[in-house]
Design a protein around this ligand. Sequence first.
Ligand code: ZN
Ligand code: ZN
Length: 254
Amino acid sequence: MRFASLGSGSEGNGLVVESGGTRVLVDCGFGVRDTATRLARLGLQPRSLAAILVTHEHSDHIGGVPAFAARHGIPVWATFGTLAAVSTRFEGMAEVYGFDSHDRFAIGELEVIPVPVPHDAREPVQYVIGDGARRLGVLTDLGVSTAHVEASLSGCDALVLECNHDLGMLEKSDYPYPLKQRIAGRLGHLHNEAAAGILAAIDTSRLTHIIAAHLSKQNNTAELARAALASALSCAPDWIGIAGQAAGFDWREL
Ligand SMILES: [Zn+2]
Ligand SMILES: [Zn+2]
């Protein structure tokens, strides 16, 4: 099993996960040509994707999905709530599949376990994706952790974990007050210490990769995110990977 990122942050997200003969893309917040270019960087063709799994209807996750899926004939999977929120955008597409946020399903050789999260969208999920031997947990775009989130991520072999902002930097930033409230709220985004709190709460004994993702350009730094996660894991900060907006991150093998 291996995974890589096309880019991560409020300007667009995309994560490739594959095992055996099955390869899926989680979210696509980039334009058709940009997505193809980013896939090519990883040595991939668009048509090699078995599915696009959508997390929620915010444009940095779903913005590129309808056009890219239609262009390359890729099936799309999203919760019923997400599909209801964007109904017209998938009109006329043959392979759009809805699922309930509590029901696991399989795509080829991959088992996909949706994890419902508190976020300001209609039925947002994140994913734990496994191949029977290994599991990758992907967790971004949530305001706070929950007992269910932590039970789901416990024992994963790899984690991609939101470190959206540093609370102090967000407080001091020139963002308008309502936006600060939204980001820091229960349906907003995880700050570094909250992400570290999740690591401290779960079983990390199998963890071989940890990547900090969805970092705010204005209100966080890679150093702060690394420091928070490293202190929770008692590891060297440079063991923590960073999913950047421009370059994502290169293949990680499980
Ligand atoms: Zn997002
Ligand atoms: Zn979002």
